[in-house]
Design a protein around this ligand. Structure first.
Ligand code: VGL
Ligand code: ZN
Length: 197
């Protein structure tokens, strides 16, 4: 099998001090760097929103972490984060980005959020990652990164649905864990056939 490491959103805004800080988000960086050498390919994702994105609470004058109804379904309203070109959107400075074969950006569509590295939150608009992996003959994926319960979860479930052999290395992930989201994510991933290591 051809095995890729898919490191999700290891960006400043998801690390302590960032706009949507995930507890311990910076603790996984060294381990991800070490893991890179053991794979046939390394792919990084980067959450990459325009200012005024529809997933931001500020865009709707709504409370942080409240829910709204989008044309594609329910959506959490986040603090402004990962704005294109900002320091918050940059990768953690210790992440060895030079090792990446591909960096894929997501969430650039102002009207649709994109937790998954494969499809936007409408579950139909592709990011192009599937085609990249398939044309390189990659059939096995290990996911790491931020956040376990949102972007890692959605990416892992989509990858499994697409037929990839998927595992998530939970030791190299950290979670937002909001309103039971981590437990729900773990059961959802397991039900989708994702191996949780
Ligand atoms: C993420 C919320 C909003 C993530 C991205 O990377 O898990 N979560 N945007
Ligand atoms: Zn985002």
């Amino acid at each position: 099998m051809t095995h890729a490491l898919l490191a999700i959103d290891v960006q400043n805004d998801f690390c302590p001090g960032g706009a949507l800080a995930v507890a311990g988000g910076d603790e996984i960086v060294a381990g991800i760097n070490t893991a890179m050498a053991g794979f046939d390919a390394v792919v990084l994702t980067q959450d990459w929103h325009p200012a005024g994105h529809s997933s931001f609470a500020s865009t709707h004058n709504a409370a942080l972490m409240s829910m709204t109804e989008m044309p594609y379904g329910p959506q959490v309203l986040w603090p402004d984060h990962c704005i294109q070109g900002s320091t918050g959107a940059a990768f953690h400075s210790d992440l060895q980005t030079n090792r990446a074969d591909l960096i894929i950006r997501k969430g650039y569509n102002p009207e649709i959020d994109s937790y998954s590295a494969f499809f936007e939150n409408d579950k139909t608009t592709p990011t192009g990652l599937e085609g990249y992996l398939r044309t390189r003959g990659i059939d096995k994926l290990t996911l790491v990164g931020l956040a376990t319960d949102f972007c890692v979860n959605y990416s892992a479930v989509d990858a499994a649905k697409l037929g990839f052999d998927v595992s998530v290395n939970l030791a190299l992930c950290r979670a937002i864990d909001f309103d039971g989201s981590l437990d729900a994510a773990k059961s959802g991933m397991a039900a989708a056939g994702v191996t949780l290591a």
